[in-house]
Design a protein around this ligand. Structure first.
Ligand SMILES: Cc1ncc(COP(=O)(O)O)c(C=O)c1O
Length: 479
């Protein structure tokens, strides 16, 4: 008998693997006696305890049985043959229809394409040392309760700090109790859909709009009705007449990806439509801190008393997405049910991180970081604009860029999009086509150009390439 000479595995583990392999392959047949630990120890020159540990494990897992006085025998398993048959489900990709749908909407993100990746903040400028210091301190001092299951909707200190911030800077009407801490906006959308809708219900979404929210609503079995976005944001007058929606998802401060702001009369009409139809509005306020020519706009949630709005916030843009922290501001009647179900379905946790974040906000680091990022993004946007001047001079249309972390470059049609996306891919530059944000046939084409995540030098280089690529794509100058 020989054991695989893999030194990274312990002797007992190697013996276990070898014996189990022989049982599974039938080399050791059902009912056959196994060598005793004494024999194995002698034959393999290993300690008897090492052999015993391997045999004990095989017995505990049911591969061998002990007959008192006689020793160990290979177990007779009714479905022993099944071990050798390839389990179908793990060999073939058999997703549900919903799984296939979700997969189609789930382009991989991440990777090392920083230039133009939309929605990625300046990770290079995040104050890591300061943050690590706070994290370490709270992790070291964590009371036992933070290690247990929690069900309070998040840490009170964080909810209080957030509430002060939201009241002041976003005109959100709330008390700390109305805040529910989630693992990012995405989990918030999922929870809202689960709690307020049933499969088959209708949700209105912006067209074009944020794919993450669309995916969350689809995953809950909702039927999505795209409502066109124009220069003033979502236009509910153009919503198809049909079953009233249960949810209306909007990005009023800075429409994603078109970048427009929902005007006041549209806001009031939206609130009225939601009320009349018994729908809840999901206000996704993902990047409103980054407004360059005026102070951040007031939220839709705070516009009128008792607005039928659930405000969704995230730290993914203002800090970093890997933090996975976001929050909901819930109307009072929904606080207790959401909190209880969230603690059951998603579980709460990361209280030390929440405590560090509360202190980060209380001590003013958060506001300072946001102010610094606002300046950085403004100059990153300027670098992109500058790099695109040759193309703009020849007719490339760029969005105004008063806010946010991306610019939109208009293109003639989807074929132009596709050609530039392919050319960018060959250069390692990520270009996001506007058509991808439509659920139906795209009525506009363009590129969503994230500029926040890359240093100026990278933006200039990638922007210079894009400018030339666009000029080449339109052929010889017509003038
Ligand atoms: C429109 C919009 N909402 C929300 C988010 C943030 O989602 P999360 O908090 O799940 O990272 C993003 C991130 O890309 C976004 O673009």
């Amino acid at each position: 008998m020989r054991l695989a000479a893999r030194c990274e595995q312990g002797l007992s583990q190697r013996l276990y693997v070898a014996l189990r392999g022989w049982i599974e392959s039938g080399e050791l047949a059902a009912g056959e006696a196994l060598p005793s630990s004494r024999q194995l120890s002698h034959e393999l020159s290993i300690a008897r305890n090492t052999a015993l540990a391997a045999l004990d494990r095989l017995a505990a897992e049911g591969f061998v049985v002990t007959r008192p006085g006689a020793g160990l025998f290979v177990a007779r398993l009714a479905l022993a043959g099944a071990i050798h048959q390839a389990p179908i489900a793990s060999q073939e990709r058999q997703l549900s229809r919903r799984g296939e749908d979700l997969l189609a909407d789930s382009a991989l993100s991440g990777g090392h394409h920083r230039a133009f990746a939309p929605g990625v903040p300046a990770l290079d400028l995040f104050p890591r040392e300061q943050w690590q210091r706070l994290l370490r301190r709270h992790q070291q001092r964590a009371p036992e309760a933070w290690l247990a299951y929690q069900s309070s909707g998040g840490m009170t200190a964080l909810k209080t700090a957030l509430c002060d911030y939201l009241r002041l800077s976003r005109s959100v009407r709330c008390t700390p109790q109305q805040i529910l801490i989630t693992q990012g906006a995405q989990q918030g959308f999922e929870l809202i859909a689960r709690m307020l809708t049933d499969p088959g219900d209708d949700a209105w979404i912006e067209e074009p709009g944020y794919v993450g929210a669309q995916v969350a609503l689809k995953a809950a079995g909702l039927s999505l009705t795209p409502v066109p976005v124009d220069a003033e944001g979502i236009n509910i007058d153009r919503a198809p007449k049909g079953a009233p929606p249960k949810l209306i998802y909007v990005t009023p401060s800075h429409q994603y990806p078109q970048g427009v702001t929902l005007g006041l009369s549209r806001r009031l009409a939206l609130l009225e439509a939601a009320r009349a139809q018994g729908a809840w509005i999901i206000e996704d306020d993902y990047d409103s801190e980054f407004r360059y020519s005026s102070p951040p706009l007031a939220s839709l949630q705070g516009l009128v008393d008792q607005a039928p709005v659930i405000y969704v916030g995230t730290f993914s843009k203002v800090l970093y997405p890997g933090l996975r922290l976001g929050y909901l501001v819930l109307p009072e009647a929904l606080v207790e049910p959401f909190q209880r179900v969230n603690a059951r379905v998603n579980r709460e946790g990361q209280y030390a991180v929440q405590a560090a974040l509360a202190e980060f906000i209380e001590q003013g680091h958060f506001s300072r970081h946001v102010a610094r990022m606002r300046r950085a993004y403004r100059s990153r946007q300027a670098a992109l604009r500058h790099a695109l001047v040759p193309a703009v001079d020849q007719g490339l249309m760029l969005s105004e860029g008063h806010a946010g972390m991306h610019l939109l470059a208009g293109l003639e049609n989807v074929a132009c999009e596709q050609a530039l996306v392919e050319a960018g891919r060959a250069r390692g530059i990520l270009l996001s086509p506007l058509s991808r944000y439509f659920t139906g046939p795209p009525t506009r084409a363009g590129l969503v150009l994230g500029y926040a995540g890359s240093p100026e030098i990278e933006i200039q280089r990638a922007g210079g390439w894009l400018s030339q690529a666009w000029i080449d794509s339109i052929g010889p100058a017509s003038g």
